[in-house]
Design a protein around this ligand. Structure first.
Ligand code: NDP
Length: 308
């Protein structure tokens, strides 16, 4: 409890690891709480094709391992534990992890975001029995079966394309006929023989029997007409919500819960910085998160210097 760390980094995706790398190279001896599932959302991603420097692409978990190793080489200490709460009302800040309290002069929050569920009737009972938010984790359970993906963004298109490796058929269900997904991702879906796209459809209710999910009732939001669809697996890819609960409302956030930057990467609390998807309402890319992690570490370094 007595040692006061220069900076504690909370969260271990590309933003956190890049912040860790820069802070370590700045001799700040950063300590990171990476979470029980360290590496963040990219641990659930199959191939990253758009991070510069990887002409052949790279697997999400592989990239996270390399980022971690790179930061650790310069002295980042990573603990694979979740932060339960923080107290940033006075210096030094307190970071509570299980039964221990750690002290720090500065904090970088890079906890990212978590998947949003649909919460349609019948969903809760089928979570883990057919309904998932992670095709990379659960797709292989549905070999030669029919599955569905819900959403119209890059995540939905990526999940649908990935699932064609296993499933006999993938139905992509989207509530509109305009897709948020990038053209390259959407065209992959459009041109795939195993993928059927159903637009203007929303899940009204999930269908199941004693073995698990059997399908869903889909509703057309324009006229309320319904149809049933068969699927033993369903993958919800309708976006993410920022992970900020452990901050207990001490840091200002926007209407959707994203942390607000006040000065560069500093939040409404002096000495608390934030980077990556927990802040980013717009880009949400590995490369932009990494860039912001770098900015946060540099801002911490400058801010700590200014305190003396
Ligand atoms: P997005 O916010 O881009 O898309 C969410 C989709 O879900 C939208 O089509 C939205 O519909 C739909 N949706 C939202 N709520 C509901 C609901 N209640 N019922 C039905 N449908 C709903 O989220 P993503 O997770 O796809 O992407 C987030 C970010 O991550 C983006 O910036 C994306 O580019 C990036 N990303 C990049 C990847 C890559 O480059 N390899 C891979 C995955 C993500 P509507 O369009 O009607 O609002």
């Amino acid at each position: 409890m007595s040692k006061v760390h220069n900076v504690i980094i909370i969260g271990s995706g590309p933003a956190g690891y890049t912040a860790g790398l820069y802070a370590a190279r700045a001799m700040l001896e950063p300590l990171m709480f990476g979470g029980y599932m360290s590496g963040g959302q990219l641990m659930l991603t199959s191939d990253i094709e758009n991070f510069p420097g990887y002409p052949k692409g790279i697997g999400g978990p592989e990239m996270m391992t390399e980022l971690r190793e790179q930061a650790e080489r310069f002295g980042l200490e990573v603990r694979d534990q979740n932060v339960e709460s923080v107290d940033v009302s006075e210096q030094p800040f307190k970071v509570v992890v299980e039964d221990e309290t750690f002290l720090a002069n500065a904090i970088i929050v890079s906890t990212g975001a978590e998947s949003i569920w649909l919460n349609a009737p019948g969903e809760e009972a089928q979570k883990g029995r057919g309904i998932s938010t992670c095709a990379t984790c659960d797709g292989a359970f549905f070999r030669d079966e029919e599955v569905m993906v819900i959403g119209g963004g890059d995540s939905a298109c990526e999940e649908a394309t990935f699932l064609t490796r296993f499933a006999s058929k993938v139905t992509l269900v989207h509530r509109r006929d305009v897709f948020k997904a990038s053209t390259i991702m959407y065209e992959r879906v459009l041109n795939h023989e195993k993928i059927e796209i159903k637009t203007f459809r929303q899940v009204k209710e999930w269908l199941s029997d004693e073995k698990g999910l059997t399908g869903a009732v889909l509703e057309d939001p324009r006229d309320g007409s319904t149809e049933s669809i068969n699927a033993t697996g369903a993958f919800i890819a309708i976006g993410h919500t920022p992970i900020t609960g452990f901050l207990g409302g001490q840091v200002e956030v926007d209407d959707e819960g994203y942390i607000l930057h006040k000065k560069h990467t500093m939040t409404s609390v002096e000495g608390v910085f934030a980077a990556g998807d927990v802040v980013d309402t717009r880009y949400k890319q590995a490369i932009t998160a990494a860039g912001m992690g770098c900015q946060a570490a540099m801002d911490v370094e400058k801010w700590l210097e200014d305190q003396h």
